[in-house]
Design a protein around this ligand. Sequence first.
Ligand code: UD1
Length: 385
Amino acid sequence: MSEKLKIVGVVGARPNFMKIAPLAARLRRDPESFEFILVHTGQHYDHGMNGVFFQELGIPEPDVHLGVGSASHAEQTARIMLGFERVLFELKPGLVIVVGDVNSTVAASLVASKMGIGLAHVEAGLRSHDRRMPEEINRIVTDTLSDLLFTPSRQADRNLLDEGVPQSRICLVGNIMIDTLVNHLRLAGKQRVVESMGLEPGNYCLVTLHRPSNVDNSAVLEEIIDALIRVAEILPVVFPIHPRTRKMLSASGLLERLEKDSAVRLVEPLGYLDFLALMKSAKLVFSDSGGIQEETTYLRIPCLTLRENTERPETIEQGTNILVGHDGGRIYQEALKIIEGRGKKGGELEFWDGKVAERIAEELKKRSGFFLTPVEERLRPEVTL
Ligand code: UD1
């Protein structure tokens, strides 16, 4: 019998959780091939940003928790590196798997690769080509260091090839977040959140906002909020507020204005199922998130993305997504078009089929010999994956 591959999976922040859930479940179903250990960095720690996702998505309790919390980018990244290095010394896995593009992703990647441990990145190859986004730096560094790059789309493959990544390291597997969406659609259908908020299905808008480029500058934030308040004159607006955004709205006095508007429902960050339920019955979604561009495309709900660019261009070319930046007039005009029934309809995307975790597990099995090879041999320049 061949040796099993010991894998450490890393999560830290909200958008990581829906990406690790199907993979953790799949790898743990095959204990003869894999030993899967989950490490949580503690980048996100509030129940609403963290615990609720573990419960609803059935993610196993982390085996190790680093408890790093919030700090500046350098300090948060450094704290994760210090804690994660100790964990890897102790566990000595054959492979570390990181997902997405948050600070936890890049911090864990740096530690693993400097220790000569195999590194795989799930959701590799996304590029916004905008280095003002911290996530873009995280993506570039993580992909550069990874031995194995699991990509969600052909465009992601092209981005990596353009940067000189050898084809042999790239595996096109599809979008893992859609696995989680597919697995939870039925349960989300049983949530009563739309009714309990007194909303009519198909007759309200949903908003999320958290990107520093939108919320940390009060003039930009005000322009967006003004546009949303105008939209709320036509359709109610549901707005689950990220902790960073709440702080900035409160500091700029905009929170008060929103609270006074009865057509705007301000709520705390929502769990996965409630948010999915609200998204699938919305008339339109405004967001600056990465994942929501994809989820709305899958659900065929129009999405206005409050950004100048996207690392997920297929949601624009084939899906329901439109980039509107933070220009208030543009946001309002595009929303009006959708409300009048002139929104994008979108289509089906390749490999958004709920079988991504399965494809990753199969690829890992094929390549486990490589990751089980002693590091001195595996890292010799002439050895390729
Ligand atoms: C992080 C990710 C971003 C992702 C987002 C999803 C990076 C660089 N950014 O951004 O890509 O889209 O998560 O939410 O990794 N806070 C709390 N409670 C928490 C977590 C954070 O109150 O549980 C507050 C803290 O004041 C903190 C601020 O939110 O300073 C920002 O948290 P941080 O993890 O630094 O970045 P996010 O903006 O959440």
